[in-house]
Design a protein around this ligand. Sequence first.
Ligand SMILES: [Zn+2]
Length: 239
Amino acid sequence: MKEQLSALYELQSLDMTIDLINARLRSLSGAKTIQEELEKSRRELEDAEKNLAAYEAELTDCELRLKSIDTKRADFEKRLYSGAVSNPKELSAIQKEIAMLKSQQSQLDGKTLELYDTVEEARKRAHAAREAVRQLETKLDAALQQESEEKTRLQQKLAAAVARRATLAPTITDKTLLSRYELLRKKAGGRGIAKVIDGKCEACKISLTPFVTRKVKECKEYVFCESCGRILYFDSGDE
Ligand SMILES: [Zn+2]
């Protein structure tokens, strides 16, 4: 009977190890948090790059318009100072054109200068976003590698525990004891058998009566905790 209880106690420690490993394996998420961060960063990068491209296009457009105004103005000025036009009305019209072009030019100059700053800012933002994506990709690779190693390690531990359990379980010949254990384990959160340590049930910590403690030590019959119902077991090595 003592051997049965001792084997059952070892079986329980294996079952608890197996539960723990399975829970740990289930919690491996494929670095989900980093994956999500990376997706967000990639969206931000895409956004930053679109933004940059739009400002760059706007700047190019301004520069082209400035060039065209410049050419027009040069043409008018050439005509004005060439002496070819003498009609005062026509001269005045040319002067008006030049004045209008100057005003357009000055407005566009201001806008172009602003755009230089804006493009520079957008370029910095895109650069920072690219860097963030790069860092997260590195971080994700490392996390996935670590998870994969952890998974291998846990699976090896699990296989060892399962193998040990397979050799141990048949040594528990008292099938009533075994099924009582299984039932208690389901009902009482993972534990079906508890040691008596310092006169207390190891699982629910209740103080047992000297009578119960003695019966457990004598080991002539199965004794159950009066409080939690678990199978009680006394390991003389704990004394
Ligand atoms: Zn108890």
